[in-house]
Design a protein around this ligand. Structure first.
Ligand code: TXA
Ligand code: MG
Length: 330
């Protein structure tokens, strides 16, 4: 059931449900989360079951403020403190060493915990009210079935989990792709998942170079958002240069069927219509991040079988979107 976040009574209903060990669809500035009390193992088990996600894939624990970090993390390196000070509340998740008995199920058995303080006003209200009732952390993976496209609206969440789930409607997510994840358990900051907050910003805020997981000797912790294939719509996704999709489209001519195209340039009018669905790709990365998951879902809803996507520019601002598209295409 979708309930409007504009009504204080509804916000209270979501808080009560979370505190009672129920699941709630929760808006954040990145994507909607499937939320549960992070310290309640049976509530957390409901998340894994609903998503069909393996229980050893750790969940992010959301907190109302940096003050709650010490409840879950046993050690916060100086560079992690700097990152929190710069980017919280906001779309940044930090992986920190975990207090032995805290949020064990949410952490998927890892000895670390992913923490994030979201900036969405509704998420903040809910987290603050939960903390006031002693629920210091809310585990919330993206509210989609395992491996599928993340949701950026309440309707998307409902289409994944049906009407039985309580969903707090906070409008469309502003950022549109999941938080940047930085592992802070290895002495140096390690970028596990690119996002809206880019490498240069992170390096500048903490005064250290970001390390990539591949360059480390020990195996990086499991992050399902970092599996090669993820964020996958039902249709097959192909990344193509503008020249390639134009040539391929001309070759198909009027026989185009069930094809979705997300590109900056509009195809020539004689190729439009029929079985081709075209959506305009924004020329700037921020807007493209906002749109990407909605576009993939929209193509799926139209029964498109193949999606051609124009390969985004190879510049730092596009890293988050490029990453999601490469995984959708894998
Ligand atoms: O923007 C976001 O981060 C959204 C919203 C809802 O906050 N959440 C999200 O959660 O994307 P999820 O579960 O779909 O992705 C979380 C990622 C996963 O790839 C998970 O494996 C990784 O974070 N992660 C969480 N805790 C971890 C840990 N202790 N060590 C390594 N990776 C961790
Ligand atoms: Mg996810």
């Amino acid at each position: 059931m979708i309930i409007s976040g504009a009504l204080p009574l509804n916000v209270q209903q979501a808080v009560d449900a979370l505190c009672a060990g129920e699941l709630v669809g929760l808006p954040t500035e990145t994507v909607y989360g499937l939320a549960a009390d992070a310290s309640n193992a049976s509530a957390v088990a409901k998340i894994f079951k609903a998503k069909g996600r393996p229980s050893n894939h750790p969940l992010i624990v959301h907190v109302a403020s940096a003050d709650a970090v010490k409840k879950f993390a046993s050690d916060v390196p100086v560079f992690a403190q700097a990152l929190m000070a710069h980017f919280w509340p906001g779309p940044l998740t930090l992986i920190l060493p975990r207090h032995e008995h805290m949020a064990t199920a949410a952490a998927g058995g890892q000895n670390s915990v992913g923490l994030r303080c979201p900036s969405h006003p509704l998420a903040h209200q809910v987290l603050k009210a939960c903390a006031d009732k002693g629920v210091w952390g809310v585990a919330a993976p993206s509210a989609n079935l395992f491996g599928r496209v993340s949701p950026t609206s309440a309707a998307h969440v409902q289409s994944e989990f049906g009407d039985a789930l309580l969903i707090l409607d906070g409008g469309e997510c502003e950022v549109g792709i999941e938080s940047t994840i930085v592992d802070c358990t290895r002495g140096v900051p390690v970028l596990l998942r690119p996002g809206h907050i880019g490498r240069a910003q992170i390096e500048q805020a903490c005064g250290l170079k970001l390390v990539s997981p591949e360059s480390l000797e020990a195996e990086a912790p499991r992050a399902s958002g970092t599996l090669a294939s993820h964020y996958a719509p039902a249709a097959k996704v192909r990344l193509m240069s503008p020249l390639d999709w134009q040539k391929a489209l001309e070759a198909l001519g009027p026989h185009t069927q069930n094809l979705g195209l997300w590109s900056v340039q509009k195809p020539s009018p004689d190729l439009m219509g029929g079985g081709l669905f075209w959506r305009a790709m924004p020329g700037n990365a921020k807007q493209a991040a906002h749109d990407v998951f909605g576009v993939l879902r929209d193509f799926d809803a139209r029964g498109v079988r193949t999606i051609w996507i124009e390969t985004p520019p190879n510049t730092p601002d596009w890293e988050g979107v490029r990453d999601r598209l490469q995984r959708a295409a894998a």
